[in-house]
Design a binder for this molecule. Structure first.
Ligand code: G6P
Length: 360
């Protein structure tokens, strides 16, 4: 391949390590000469005219979309729905009067997402594609494009594109909010800088993550990821990473939903990886951990500095709570990587998967 792995044994590990750099590059790419974040005026106008945003995506990009909805609703106060592209046609939502469609796609080539784009263009609606590949099909066929600037992603399991998608969505939400005169109590350039630094700390914690993978995931058949709020969405992504490359059956669950059925699967030693990065749900997620531990689960709590408790397995550096997914996903990426390695799986080219799926 044209892109070299250098000293890395796998593209995935290299791409995980590139995340701090990618976030810094995104800040630069979206900054104007005055150092302020800027988005193309036509895109801002489309955002401001929309009465509702429909995010369409698949796989990891869908998980970035769930976080993006949170950013856009919290910062820019525009209602957002997030849809899996392959289901959109069957479960077509009742559209608002002035919808704007946002396609999130690393490759810009996913057939399921393209089918929705073709359909909504026929209906006469506007589309913005957020992609890593300039000139890709979904970029060319949409009205507007925002680039991820993540550099080529080679490993099938997406890592740096996910964090890049969330960074760009945060910038889009922030700039839109400001253009609407909504006061933001966060300095996003500064906060994303702190995120990049936090990411670096985690990229340096490979030994700790390898140990966690050893301790929890070497022999298990299944694993659960739990969290509340934004942590829930990151858990969904963590479980997808683990499934994709280690073939361990893994599920992400909302902390409070586990008791409504899935807790029946908890046995002696079942790994339950819990994220605790959000202050308002810190106590309740820890309550959920106690519930599964009482049934024999082997809990692994990953919390954020300031919210930590004695038996937490790892504590990530403090970042703005809203942006915590960009940092808290890194331990999950690394744990999945080492779990796959220990289980002798082909990390960069997992069975049955393709980097971009161009059939519906
Ligand atoms: C494939 C890949 C996934 C990816 C999904 C969406 O299934 O294996 O890693 O998340 O497609 O890809 P996209 O390029 O549209 O983000």
């Amino acid at each position: 391949s044209e892109i070299e792995k250098g000293t890395y044994p796998h593209y995935m590990l290299k791409e995980i390590d590139e995340q701090p750099l990618v976030v810094r590059r995104i800040i630069q790419e979206y900054q104007n000469e005055a150092g302020e974040l800027e988005i193309n005026a036509d895109i801002l106008e489309a955002m401001n005219e929309a009465d509702r945003i429909y995010i369409i995506a698949a796989g990891t990009s869908y998980h970035a979309g769930l976080v993006g909805k949170h950013f856009i609703e919290k910062m820019a106060q525009i209602p957002v729905e997030v849809h899996v592209s392959s289901e959109f046609g069957y479960n077509m939502p009742l559209l608002s009067e002035k919808p704007l469609f946002i396609f999130i796609t690393q490759s810009g080539e996913t057939a399921d997402s393209r089918a929705v784009l073709v359909h909504i263009k026929e209906l006469g609606y506007n589309a913005l594609t957020i992609t890593n590949v300039a000139g890709s099909t979904l970029s060319r066929e949409a009205d507007y494009t925002l680039l991820l600037h993540a550099g080529p992603e080679i490993a099938v399991a997406s890592t740096k594109a996910y964090t890049a998608q969330m960074a760009v969505l945060a910038i889009l939400a922030d700039v839109t909010a400001r253009s609407k005169g909504l006061m933001q109590n966060l300095d996003l350039v500064k906060e994303l800088g702190i995120v990049a630094n936090g990411m670096e700390v985690l990229c340096d914690a490979k030994e700790e993550m390898e140990e966690i993978a050893w301790q929890y995931l070497t022999t298990t058949r299944n694993a659960f990821f739990i969290g509340r709020g934004l942590d829930y969405f990151v858990g969904l992504e963590g479980s997808l990473k683990l499934k994709e490359i280690s073939y361990i059956q893994a599920e992400g669950f909302a902390g409070g939903e586990l008791k409504h059925g899935t807790i029946a699967l908890i046995e002696d030693g079942t790994p339950v990886i819990a994220l605790a990065t959000q202050e308002h749900v810190n106590l309740s997620i820890r309550g959920n951990v106690k519930e599964v531990a009482a049934r024999g689960a082997n809990p692994c709590i990953i919390s954020m500095k300031g919210l930590e408790a004695d038996d937490d397995r790892y504590v990530i550096p403090v970042v703005n709570e809203l942006l915590s997914p960009l940092v808290s996903v890194i331990p999950l990426q690394l744990i999945s990587y080492y779990a796959a390695l220990h289980r002798d799986c082909d990390v960069d080219k997992p069975r049955n998967l393709a980097k971009s799926v161009t059939v519906e």
